[in-house]
Ligand binder design. Structure first.
Ligand code: KG4
Ligand code: ZN
Length: 335
């Protein structure tokens, strides 16, 4: 098949993923999610690295096979360079570099957070620029202004916990297993979001903070449990609905402010928390009210996946942004 074919590899956290993109169209997106971390209540870096080593070859083989593209037809191999768990990133980047060397083709070193944003172009290649992207995951919370696939600017971000972390840590206080975000979402649908009121942060500008909410929930639960040791069990749905409402309100308040400050009314979403039903419905309502054009990608492209790395790699290839042999993984990396 003629054109530009790129294999992309994502291994920044607990998903081993590979994707093939051909002339800007995703042909495969294979994701292996590591389940082992559930029993520890969070991602254990050592386990993550070892499982990436075990799964990377079958995942890449499956992605190649589903794409119908032969290894010899590839024009480049992309890998997630930063940010993420360093041991996990090293597995993907080293695999990519070794395979690229054996095929005598270049590599592309991709920024994970930029890729989350550009995932919006997979299903909507004609999304109008500029747009604002709210990226909400377990590790990050950002508002990104996207002027083109090459011009991305973080205009607001969390100064402490990420939104997903706020969900997961709140769920842990309620005795729910990790990752608790989807469980809060589940129980919230049968609860009253206005029943309990938790502190909202007073942070200047477009930055977010979630640590105050967490402390407010903790003190509230401690006080109530002293009076009634069944308080959580008896009020689980209302607690989940109220926690979810608080987190969603914090996100939407800042997004509205970003729209006001930039004048940009096209809004996109990225990251695993975009699965949250409360966030989706509040955003949809707000978009109707404010006449925003809203785009929410399919869940497969919101959580960690290699298709988003492939999409970012497609643009990097067109711009000839090839990585040098000396480039490798970075745990941190801003853009
Ligand atoms: O983007 P992601 O898959 O991984 C990274 O963190 O990069 O996001 C995972 C986060 C977790 O914190 C998880 O609890 C949260 O997304 N999450 C949700 C929901 N689904 C996933 N949080 C709230 N409601 C959900 N339905
Ligand atoms: Zn991510």
């Amino acid at each position: 098949m003629s054109g530009v074919h790129i294999l992309a590899i994502e291994s920044s956290c607990d998903e081993t993923s590979a994707s093939v993109i051909s002339n800007g169209r995703i042909l495969s997106n294979v994701i292996y999610t590591q389940k082992i971390h559930e029993q520890y209540g969070g991602v254990v870096p050592e386990h993550a690295s070892r499982l990436h080593i075990r799964h990377i070859l079958p995942v890449v083989q499956e992605a190649m096979s589903q794409s119908g593209i032969a290894l010899e037809e590839l024009n480049a191999i992309a890998y997630t360079q930063a940010p993420g768990l360093i041991g996990a990133l090293i597995v993907g980047s080293t695999f990519a570099k070794g395979l690229a060397w054996s095929l005598n083709i270049p590599t592309l070193a991709i920024h994970h957070m930029k890729a989350h944003v550009l995932a919006n172009l997979i299903e909507k290649p004609d999304i109008p620029f500029p747009f604002l992207c709210l990226t909400v995951s377990g590790g990050h919370t950002q508002i990104v202004q996207v002027d083109s696939p090459y011009e991305l600017k973080v205009i607001g971000e969390t100064i402490d916990d990420a939104a997903g972390e706020a969900f997961d840590k709140s769920a842990k206080m309620l005795g729910l297993p990790y990752p608790g975000g989807p469980l809060i979402d589940h129980h919230a649908s049968n609860g009253n979001p206005k029943r309990f009121v938790f502190a909202k942060p007073q942070i200047e500008g477009l930055n977010f903070s979630f640590s105050g909410v967490k402390t407010s929930i903790l003190y509230f639960l401690q006080a109530e449990l002293k009076k009634d040791d069944q308080f959580i069990t008896n009020n689980l749905n209302d607690l989940c609905a109220s926690i979810q409402y608080t987190i969603v309100q914090i996100l939407i308040t800042k997004l509205k402010r970003a729209v006001k400050e930039t004048g940009i009314q096209t809004i996109a979403l990225a990251g695993g928390v975009s699965a949250n039903k409360g966030l989706r419905s509040s955003l949809t309502q707000e978009a109707q009210k404010q006449h925003w054009q809203l785009h929410i990608p399919s869940f497969e492209y919101c959580t960690d996946n290699a298709a988003m790395i492939a999409m970012a790699a497609h643009y990097a290839y067109l711009n000839e942004e090839f990585a040098g042999d000396e480039q490798s993984a970075n745990a941190r990396g801003s853009f």
